[in-house]
Design a protein. Structure first.
Length: 376
């Protein structure tokens, strides 16, 4: 492992902060930042804004111009070495004459996977990799998982009362949490490639599952950019119970309905502005793993599941959840209210553990972030 200086760490931290500016806009691409440093000063910096536009390295080089020659490039992800919608960034760094390149992590994309680093080394550039890698990986969990496993990173979001209830017995749930928590959920939607819900939730809440700029709690320019790229809205509706007049179908933006059968109905959904896919499982219900594979093939890095106890529990029981986010409100809904997830355990031996990774106040509520510990 190379010996990195305090200055190296500082410049890479700056590159990571730049990468985070693409949190809501880069899907299906990863979030990447780049800082060019010469004689202890920044001569150029940039980040990837959205797919099809300049990558972080190209944007930083454009700012630096001739000052890039002999500079050190700090990049949060290995520079690409293949032609996609834009030319290879490794070639751009070579042409600009940088003398050293420090990457936070190797690109998990099989089309790159070390080739960019090798190309730079062959051009005589000093190459180092692994600086602040943990922080870099945390920026792109979905891209990494999609490249390595062909599946997106799945977050299940739930809101509950202090006594662990998510809705009244009637299904009424507006609103358990306060406005700050609801804005936080909007930001989770904005960073996701797809938002998934079930028929019960859409029918009870008349959910749209859209990102709304005025509810994000972000500066106006950032909010507008985040809301411009709407996530794919996915409705899991095995029996096609949700009528096409529902708000879900009236909202603009891409939407997909997953059912167990699409016979003689696809054209009706298409006329309503939505795609209908049949993804039946062996149990007669929707095959959730196959759904996630389809979403990954469509470029979805991160998927947010905003559903009721039934569908959320189904994702959990299938071992498909990477992260659980629970908003806990300081109120009691009572013993007749609905539980957090449908997990019909009967003994303590069946109980599932989670690793809490973060807990913080969000307005009047608490947000608990946890990773499941599935049995090996």
């Amino acid at each position: 492992m190379p010996e990195w200086s305090a200055a190296d760490r500082s410049w890479m931290s700056r590159a990571l902060m730049l990468a985070e500016r693409g949190l809501y806009t880069t899907e299906p691409n990863p979030r990447v930042g780049c800082v060019l440093v010469a004689d202890g000063e920044v001569v150029g910096e940039g980040w990837h804004v959205r797919a099809g536009e300049g990558h972080a390295e190209v944007n930083a080089l454009a700012q630096a111009g001739e000052r890039a020659r002999g500079a050190t490039a700090y990049v949060t992800l290995e520079p690409c070495s293949h032609f996609g919608k834009t030319p290879p960034c490794a070639d751009a760094l070579i042409k600009a004459g940088v003398s050293r390149m420090v990457a936070a992590m190797q690109d998990p994309n099989p089309q790159v996977a070390g080739n960019g680093l090798q190309r730079l080394r062959e051009a005589g550039i000093a190459v180092e990799c692994g600086l602040l890698e943990e922080q870099a990986r945390a920026l792109n969990p979905g891209f990494i998982k999609r490249m390595q496993q062909g599946l997106p990173w799945v977050r299940v979001k739930l809101a509950m009362s202090l006594d662990g209830r998510t809705a009244m017995a009637s299904g009424e749930s507006k609103w358990i949490t306060g406005p700050a928590a609801r804005a936080d959920v909007q930001r989770l939607r904005a960073r996701s490639g797809a938002v998934v819900s079930g028929a019960d939730s859409v029918l009870l809440d008349d959910s749209a599952l859209t990102v709304r700029a005025n509810e994000l709690g972000l500066p106006s320019e950032e909010a507008a950019a985040a809301a411009e790229r709407q996530p794919l809205r996915v409705l899991v509706d095995s029996l096609r119970r949700v009528p096409l007049e529902q708000r879900f179908f009236r909202e603009a933006g891409p939407s997909l309905v997953i059912s167990t059968s699409a016979e003689q109905a696809a054209d009706d959904y298409l006329a309503a502005g939505s795609e209908l896919l049949a993804v039946p499982g062996a149990d007669g219900k929707v095959d959730l793993q196959a759904v996630l594979q389809i979403l990954a093939e469509r470029g979805c890095n991160e998927v947010l599941v905003e559903a009721g106890a039934g569908l959320s529990g189904a994702f959990w029981r299938a071992g498909l959840v990477d992260e659980l986010i629970v908003y806990m409100a300081p109120r009691l809904l009572g013993s007749q209210a609905r539980p957090l997830m449908q997990l019909p355990f009967e003994s303590m031996s069946e109980a599932m553990d989670v690793a809490v990774t973060d807990m913080r106040a969000i307005g009047q509520d608490w947000r608990i972030t946890a990773r499941p510990i599935f049995p090996s």
